[in-house]
Each structure stands twice: as C-alpha cells, then as structure tokens.
Write a protein that binds this ligand. Sequence first.
Ligand code: ZN
Ligand code: ZN
Ligand code: ZN
Length: 131
Amino acid sequence: MNLHIVKSRESEQFVEYDLIKVLKCSMCLGYLLPSLYKNPTSDNTICFYCHYQFTEVEPELNKETIEKVSKTNFPCRWRGCETTKLGVNLVDQELSCKHRMFKCPVCTDDMIKREDVISHVKEHGSYRGQG
Ligand SMILES: [Zn+2]
Ligand SMILES: [Zn+2]
Ligand SMILES: [Zn+2]
C-alpha cells in the first residue's frame, strides 16, 4: 500500500473543476446539487435551492446529468468552507455549513453570516425582537 498520498488528492477530496464547470444551475449559476429539477421557463436543469422559487417544478429526468452529479465531487458553495463531497452528500453539508450565508429579508440581495443575521436586520431599524 502506498501511504504517501497527499491528503487533498484523495479521491473524495479531489474536485475536477473542468468536469463540474458544465454542471451548473441555470438560475443561480452555483453547482447543480441533487435533487435536480427542470426549469419551468426553459429546458435547463436547476438545483435543489432554486426549485423553491417555483410553485410547480418537475424533477429532472436526464439520467446522464443525475448520475454525473451524484458521482462527482463538488466544493461547498459557501466561501471560506473547504469541504468537498459527492453531490449526493454535499447538500446536507451546505445546509448545516458554518459558513452558510443568509439573505437579508429587508435588503434582499445581501448575504449575511448566520451569526450576523440579527444584528444586520436590526440595523435596518425594522427588527422587533422578543425583548
Ligand atoms: Zn440554483
Ligand atoms: Zn461548507
Ligand atoms: Zn439588509
């Protein structure tokens, strides 16, 4: 057994950016992570996150795409996180990731760290806390 493998090159850690650059969501331009859906307004594939933007979406049935996504390593989408996982496993990681950013409900295009959400919203003067 060859034990001299550099850790970041182990199969579960290695991201083939050439391969995944075509596996992007047509809406958020993030990587496609399962479950995949069809964009109702075009024929492109959209990711797990974006399907919430539609009331009616159909699942993506393209086997080739589904397989590629579940068997390929992707980097976590949140900046600062160095986790890479197979597509099928990454969604859970991203949802619980400590680097996850949230959208401000007031200035909707801001992305805020979990621990800064309350103080940020307070700055808008519209936050009515429980105390
Ligand atoms: Zn998306
Ligand atoms: Zn992460
Ligand atoms: Zn804001």
